[in-house]
Design a protein around this ligand. Sequence first.
Ligand code: TRP
Length: 331
Amino acid sequence: MKRILTGITPSGYPHLGNYIGAIKPSLDLLDEKCESFLFIADLHAVIKVSDPSRLAELSNAIAIAWLASGLDPNKTSFYRQSDVPEITELAWLLSCITEKGLLNRAHAYKAAVDQNNESGKKEIDEGISLGLFSYPLLMASDILTPNATHVPVGKDQQQHLEITRDIAEKFNNKYGKFFNVPEAVIQNEKTVLGTDGRKMSKSYNNIIPLLSTEKELKKSVMKIVTNSQEPGEKKEWKNNTLFSIYSSFASDEKQEEMKNFFKDGIGWGDAKQKVFEELNLMLSPIREKFIEHSNNKKHIEEILKSGAEKVRAQTVPILKEVKKLVGINAL
Ligand code: TRP
C-alpha cells in the first residue's frame, strides 16, 4: 500500500502559493486508497523563525490552514513533527551513515556559502547553523521514520528527495533492506506568482494571504502590478502577472472568458475585481472554517495530539527495529 507523506514548514503565514502548491495537492492525493502522513515541520522552522511566540503562532496557523482546507484528521495521520521524538532519534542514526559531502551539495547550504563568499567573509561557514546544514537530513528522517513510499512536494524540494533516497539506500546496503526508497511526487510544476510578478514568497512581501478577511484579500489583489494600458486597449494575457495568478486557481472556462475580456480591452481595475471575486469564491469556505477553528485552539491541540499517537503507533516499532539493526539492543 502507498504511504504518502508530506510536511509544511511553518516559517511564514500561509498564502495562496502554499495553498495551491502544497496544501491542496496534498489533500487531493488522499482520495486514493493509501495511508497518509501530513505534518507541521516545526523543528525545521526553528532554523528560520527565531521569535518563539511567532513560531508557536505560525505552527498553529498552518494547522488551521490545513484543517480549514478540508483535511480530515480521521482519514490521515496529522501531527506536529516535534510531537514525534522518533524523528530526531532516527536523524542521529542516519547522520552516522551520511557523508558530509552529500549535504555540502544541498542548494540551501550552497546558497548560504555563496552569499558569504560574495560578501567577502573570511570563513565560508560564518553564521550558518548546523541546523541549516543538516536540514535535508532531518527531512530524510521525517520521511523514513514512518517508512513513507511517496512524497508530494514542490519542484524546489526535489533535491531533498534525492538526498533522502541516497540515505535510505545507504542504510539498506549497510544493514539489509529495511526502508522504502521513497519517490517524489512532483505536482503543480507551475509557480504561483506574487503581486509583484516574482514567485509568491513571504520574503518578497508579495503574497496573497490564504486566511484573511475579504477586505484584506481585495486589497492584496488590487496590489497586483499591471501596466499603463487604458481601458479599451487590447491586452496581452501571456506573461501578464494578473492573468498568471488567475490561471493558477481559475477553471479552464473561466480562464478562456478572461482571455476574451483581455482581448476586448477590459480595464485593469475591472479585471482585478473579477480576479478578486473568483478568488473570494474559492476562499470563502476556507475562511469560514478558519474562523471556526481559530476560536477553538483546544480542539486543534487535541487533533494534533491524537495524530501524534496515531503515527507513533508506527514509528515506535520502526525505531525499535532500526536500533536492533544498528546494534543498539537491550541485553
Ligand atoms: N522542506 C519542506 C518545505 O520547506 C517541508 C518538509 C519538511 C517536508 N519535511 C518534509 C516535505 C518531509 C516533505 C517531506 O517545503
